[in-house]
Design a protein around this ligand. Structure first.
Ligand code: AMP
Length: 657
């Protein structure tokens, strides 16, 4: 397949902000892709050439990208840099110079998806001293082979890890469901669907000539209440009215039935169908963390194929996330009674995998940190005696002198350390506190209730002073929780967790299956999404940082303020301006005057005085006096504080409760 076709799809995706339309565009495209091309296409739509579980990354720095553009199109790096400052996007810069080059040389070659994918994989797999030159050669070879300028735009963006097509996981899930299953809509969503399709003139684009089966109840409802909209749809498509009972599972779950859309009444059937298709796609993704595997299974074997996908030890899955509550009563409200209560340890999270080849440790960003923690590997091997497993734990640093637990910032040095490991192992010993089990003895526990998982965890782990199971109790009583909370804080922990006893493990979701309560509610984890260069003694460094929270509904980062306090002037006294600037520079995706836009990557913990409503920032909130507390290099940007949490903290502030 020509890469040009994929570039056109990227372009269509970039031109709309509507999630429904994005899903439709991808769905139409992937349903027609050749058998052996599907995986590559899905990877490239996610902006990567690796599945989500892989630690491998493509992300080349903007600097190297400028050199590649220079080499491919014979333009000086200075010119490219100037153009970048004007256009604010290296993709557009590559596109512009590819046009000039094309006019000059009149070359026309065909760049294929396979060639792009293979070159990008080679780039990602390369490491070592001389790899930069070879990466440069491979990228410029690709840029030099484009026949359509938009190919250059998306190639450059893919290589620097910033595709800008606004395709979050939810959209891809809907697209896969739409491509390989009949599209099913029920009462509330049918009107929304027809409405947006007709209003935006999308019927003729996406829904013309489709086969639509309409449940008889819904047919009378639509004819009566939405006659105009429904009329347009009917005039453009083959609409057959049937009774739901007549639609078989095969009709619904196999594209080959020839039915494109089914409109159902809001009924148990509608919900069942919805959860069957979307639930299966989502579940398959949470188990594999690999959209290409999910798409292939959906295409080849439908629901049963999706259900066959399983967890694999050594392929990290996304960790389950927890919501925040301000009071114990609020927490009980969410997780139900009785609930499990646990210490909330202040360390960093590890997902520990064991296969027959040994132990592997992954951070919550899914980076493999096995080499950094030989002490954890040997302690876990000794104390967890079962076949393959995937366990969730918090690793806490221990003060060698007092034996007390150390706060997170001390132990974070161990995650970063790549040399003299044995020295730092002696300097900062750690203890492992297991709190959840995802697989034990090869058995998948994702759908097993938490109370059962906890029992299995307890019987799998032999506790000593290095390896433990999180301190845990079960209660419905607020004062018992209150005492437990005080006890936990007195031991130097961050707070407590309350957990729903019957809930499954939900990878990557912040569903309310677990709730954290901690005393410092004026601390947020925020993502740095931009920065301004400083002046005077801070010239050449960033002096102010644009902060954003995470909107878990849209998958977007919304700004909430700027920060310039809490950062040290001198290196060696804590996080300095110099250090932050160096850390952020590789993630610059746009430069305008003194400001840069950054790829959301670096997460920091921020304290503040108050949250106020604001029209200045896209979150609708602003922080008063934000101050940097520490870098949270164990967190993914999507682990940052969410918009919902911020509204909650805002509402809980004195006088607004
Ligand atoms: P937060 O980092 O504030 O979002 O809180 C959730 C984090 O607390 C988890 O990701 C774990 O790293 C950590 N944690 C510490 N103790 C526990 C526990 N008993 N159960 C779950 N998470 C825990």
């Amino acid at each position: 397949m020509e890469y040009k076709l994929l570039a056109e799809v990227y372009n269509n995706l970039e031109s709309t902000t509507l999630k429904l339309e994005k899903a439709e565009i991808i769905s139409q495209f992937i349903s027609g892709v050749d058998q052996d091309e599907l995986s590559r296409v899905i990877f490239l739509i996610t902006g990567s050439v690796y599945p989500g579980w892989s630690s491998s990354e493509l992300g080349l720095s903007s600097n190297l990208m400028m050199k590649a553009i220079s080499k491919a199109y014979g333009v000086s790096v200075d010119d490219i840099e100037n153009e970048w400052k004007t256009l604010g996007d290296l993709g557009l810069v590559a596109e512009k110079y590819s046009v000039q080059k094309k006019q000059a040389t009149l070359f026309s070659r065909t760049l294929t998806v396979r060639k792009v994918f293979d070159n990008l994989r080679k780039i990602g797999d390369m490491s070592g001293m001389r790899s930069q030159d070879r990466k440069l050669a491979l990228v410029s070879e690709l840029l030099g082979s484009v026949s359509n300028p938009i190919e250059a735009r998306y190639l450059a963006r893919t290589v620097i890890g910033d595709l800008r097509i606004g395709v979050a996981e939810g959209i891809l899930r809907d697209a896969i469901a739409g491509a390989f299953f009949t599209n099913i809509y029920w009462k509330e969503t049918i009107v929304q669907k027809i409405n947006s399709l007709t209003k935006l003139g999308l019927v003729s684009k996406y829904a013309k000539g489709k086969n639509i089966v309409v449940d008889s109840k819904i047919d009378s409802y639509l004819s009566e209440k939405y006659a105009d909209l429904y009329g347009v749809l009917k005039s453009d498509n083959e609409v057959v009215v049937r009774d739901v009972g007549v639609i078989s599972d095969d009709d619904l779950f196999k594209k080959k039935s020839g039915i494109d859309y089914v409109f159902l009444d809001e009924s148990p059937t509608g919900n069942e169908v919805k959860s069957k298709v979307f639930g299966s796609v989502e579940h398959a993704f949470s188990m594999t963390n690999d959209f290409s595997a999910v798409a292939r299974a959906a295409r080849d074997e439908g629901i049963s194929g999706l259900n066959k996908l399983h967890l694999t030890a050594n392929h990290p899955i996304k960790v389950m996330l927890y919501q925040k509550a301000l009071t114990i009563e609020d927490a009980f409200e969410i997780v139900g009674k009785p609930a499990a209560i646990e210490y909330k340890y202040d360390g960093f999270r590890l997902q520990i995998h064991k296969t027959k080849d040994g132990i592997h440790l992954f951070t919550r960003r899914l980076e493999d940190v096995t080499k950094q923690f030989p002490d954890v590997v040997s302690a876990v091997l000794k104390n967890v005696d079962c076949g393959s497993f995937i366990l969730d734990c918090e690793v806490v640093g221990i003060d060698k002198v007092t034996g007390r637990w150390l706060p997170f910032q001390k132990i974070s040095r161990r995650i970063k350390r790549k040399y003299d490991i044995s020295e730092i192992v002696r300097e900062i010993p750690v203890a492992v506190h297991f709190f959840d089990a995802i697989m034990i003895d090869g058995q998948n526990l994702i759908d097993t209730p938490f109370s059962e998982r906890r029992k299995l965890l307890e019987s799998a782990v032999d506790c000593d002073d290095k390896v433990m199971v999180a301190k845990h109790a079960v209660t419905s009583n607020v004062s018992v929780v209150d005492d437990f909370y005080k006890e936990s804080l007195s031991k130097g922990n961050e707070g407590i967790m309350l957990k729903n006893m019957s809930a499954p493990y939900k990878p990557g979701s912040r569903v309310g299956y677990g709730i954290k309560i901690k005393p410092v509610m004026d601390a947020l984890d925020l993502v740095i999404v931009g920065a301004d260069y400083g002046e005077g003694k801070r010239a050449g460094w960033f002096g102010s940082f644009h902060l954003a929270c995470y909107d878990s509904d849209s998958g977007e980062y919304l700004t909430i303020g700027k920060l310039g306090t809490g950062i040290k002037e001198k290196v060696g006294e804590g996080t300095s301006f110099h250090e932050l600037t160096e850390l952020l520079k590789p993630y610059i995706i746009e430069e305008k005057g003194k400001s840069v836009t950054l790829k959301p990557t670096v997460v920091i913990e921020v304290h503040f005085e108050e949250i106020q409503k604001s029209l200045t920032y896209s979150s609708g909130f602003a922080l008063r006096f934000p101050r940097l507390v520490r870098l949270r290099d164990d967190r993914m940007p999507s682990d940052a504080s969410t918009l919902d949490e911020i509204s909650m903290v805002y509402g809980g502030q004195r006088g607004r409760g």
